[in-house]
Design a binder for this molecule. Structure first.
Ligand code: GMT
Length: 374
């Protein structure tokens, strides 16, 4: 089977998930055609079954806003025709689902019938998609999808509550490759971050407002008063400058390390003792799952789909959004006692195993077969 995968190629969770899915399917013998404006960041190495098709958006002086959606739909048409693509799987509704619908219609004119599946990831529904500017097109293109999936029960419910969806939405949770995250910590790296054996508190995200980076910093500020610790911040985005300023204001800049966007996340999770995810909302929280796969317990908010991964008091802790007092107490509970830390770490890893790639990818394969049989 040949599958066209459309996603954002960046460090965002939807792009990461789509790329890992494509790689896993290629390993199983599927022909995978990534269609996007840039090589996906997690698409490294060579695999004979993987193809990357760049969407080019030519500049023209008339265009203040180059029409990416049109270029994407045209590229989809081209890729389907020239590579015998059997189905399209688009990740993140905007503008991928409407572009896929357009491509499907164009191909139908030539008697080429290609179904498309839309996977909803989060902000395409909860933040951006709900905005009046996009909502009619998002609703229409979700309804026109041949199958719809959401990455958590919470996101499925949010979609049904906020959009007039006339079709079934299947929940296929995000996954993690447990083997990839089972690496030993690199001593030199741990020493560079925590030279005196301090605990390493980690946060990784795209530093957008929804991640509440200030809460990461305030929580850390409280933790470090009780536990010798360092804060490692991975990623980049609009809130980074504010975060650096806040660390300076609180006088903890020396205890924090901003390392920007990173590829080898397994090595980073491996040296962390605790992961903080104080988001306003997460449809799922893929970074938390990756941390857990590496045996790093997570202190997070009880927002969105996070409680579908973290069992409060067993493999991590959950708090109300903004409750930094509570989050710091929970972090200290885990970190101050090696026995507790070990038991949370093991429980986190066990929980992550239920979301292992080998358990989840077959669900997508079953859906592809179902859609192609229709
Ligand atoms: O906002 C992000 O974290 C990026 C965003 C994306 O679409 O790239 O992530 C969303 O999709 C991820 C993968 O399914 C989920 O793990 C994240 O929870 C979700 N983000 C939000 O809902 C804010």
């Amino acid at each position: 089977m040949n599958i066209g995968i459309v996603c954002y190629p960046t460090f965002g969770g939807s792009g990461v998930l789509a790329t890992e899915l494509g790689k896993a399917l290629a390993d199983k013998g599927y022909g995978i055609h990534f269609i996007t404006y840039q090589q996906p960041v997690r698409l490294t190495g060579f695999n004979a079954n993987i193809f990357y098709h760049e969407v080019r958006v030519p500049a023209y002086p008339l265009f203040d806003f180059p029409p990416y959606e049109t270029a994407l739909a045209s590229t989809m048409v081209d890729v389907v025709k020239n590579n015998n693509v059997d189905l399209l799987h688009v990740h993140y509704a905007i503008p991928h689902a409407s572009a896929a619908f357009m491509a499907k219609q164009i191909l139908a004119e030539e008697n080429i019938h290609v179904p498309f599946i839309t996977t909803l990831h989060g902000t395409d529904i909860t933040l951006v998609g709900r905005d009046k500017t996009y909502a009619p097109v998002v609703t229409f293109s979700i309804n026109k999808s041949d199958a719809i999936t959401a990455v958590s029960d919470n996101l499925r419910n949010e979609t049904l509550e906020n959009f007039d969806i006339k079709k079934e939405i299947s929940v296929i949770h995000n996954f993690v490759d447990i083997t990839r995250f089972s690496v030993q910590p690199i001593d030199a790296f741990k020493k560079a971050i925590a030279p005196n054996g301090e605990k390493v508190i980690l946060h990784a995200s795209n530093f957008r407002k929804v991640k509440r980076i200030a809460d990461v910093i305030y929580t850390f500020n409280k933790i470090k008063k009780n536990i010798p610790s360092k804060l490692l911040l991975v990623g980049d985005g609009p809130e980074r400058h504010m975060a650096e300023e806040l660390c300076r204001e609180l006088g903890i800049f020396e205890e924090t390390r901003f390392v920007g966007k990173q590829q080898d996340m397994e090595d980073i999770y491996a040296i962390a003792d605790l992961f903080l995810l104080p988001s306003e909302y997460e449809s799922f929280g893929l970074a938390a799952l990756e941390a857990m796969a590496a045996g790093t317990p997570v202190v997070a908010t009880n927002a969105g789909g996070i409680p579908e991964i973290i069992t409060h008091g067993k493999n991590g802790f959950l708090s109300d959004v903004g409750d930094v007092e509570q989050m710091s107490k929970q972090a200290i509970t885990i970190l101050e006692n090696e026995k507790i830390l070990k038991s949370f770490s093991e429980a986190a890893r066990n929980q992550a195993e239920t979301f292992d790639i080998n358990n989840i990818v077959p669900k997508y394969e079953a859906l592809y077969n179902q859609v192609l049989k229709k």
